[in-house]
Design a protein around this ligand. Structure first.
Ligand code: AR6
Length: 176
């Protein structure tokens, strides 16, 4: 069986991280937005958007479906790749957990295909898309724990704010 990646937690802004791949909580247009997405495009520069536009013109004419992931250059970020994934919008009436888990799984699959050893993730869907932080943290930790991701050796969750950090700490403590 493949070795599982180590999970680390840090406070802060994901655009300040050094990692082989940085995951973006994008939307299906791939053309930018607020939150992590806005910060990544701002700091990473126009090269990222250029590649996103090319992806829209080729493979993803209708946009990137929820739960999938695709890589571009990281532009000026201190990383080789940005992996864009589209989280589900939180719903009170429909269980979309599998789509959220898929974001982590597919991003790790893309990272592994690219040979990335370190991957930084934000807490996907827990901002504009409204996913409760405790549940978002539980799904993130469980999915990464279950994923066989070699050669990825470190998955780093980069968390904005006290609440996010403590919910991820709790999920890690529970799930080991
Ligand atoms: N570094 C780390 N975490 C951050 C940062 C940052 N620079 N900025 C925000 N967060 P969000 P979503 C946290 O809204 O919920 C965009 O407009 C934030 O506090 O970025 O998946 C896209 O274009 C929250 O905990 O992503 C989509 O339209 C988490 O990152 C939509 O938002 C995710 O918040 C995606 O919504």
């Amino acid at each position: 069986m493949d070795q599982q990646p180590a999970i680390t937690l840090v406070h802060g802004d994901i655009t300040q991280q050094h990692a082989d791949a940085i995951v973006n909580a994008a939307n299906s247009s791939l053309l930018g937005g607020g939150g992590v997405d806005g910060a990544i495009h701002r700091r990473g520069g126009p090269e990222i958007l250029q590649e996103c536009r090319a992806l829209r013109a080729s493979h993803y004419g209708k946009g990137l479906p929820t739960g999938q992931a695709v890589a571009t250059t990281a532009g000026r970020l201190d990383a080789q790749y940005v992996i864009h994934t589209v989280g589900p919008v939180w719903s009170r009436t429909e269980d979309r957990s599998e789509q959220l888990a898929s974001c982590y799984r597919q991003s790790l699959r893309v990272a592994a295909e690219l040979g990335a050893r370190t991957v930084a993730f934000p807490a996907i869907s827990t901002g504009v898309y409204g996913w409760p932080m405790d549940d978002g943290a539980r799904i993130a930790v469980r999915t990464v724990r279950e994923a066989a991701a070699a050669p990825v050796a470190e998955v780093r969750f980069v968390l904005f704010g006290e609440d996010a950090y403590s919910e991820f700490e709790r999920a890690l403590a529970k799930q080991g």
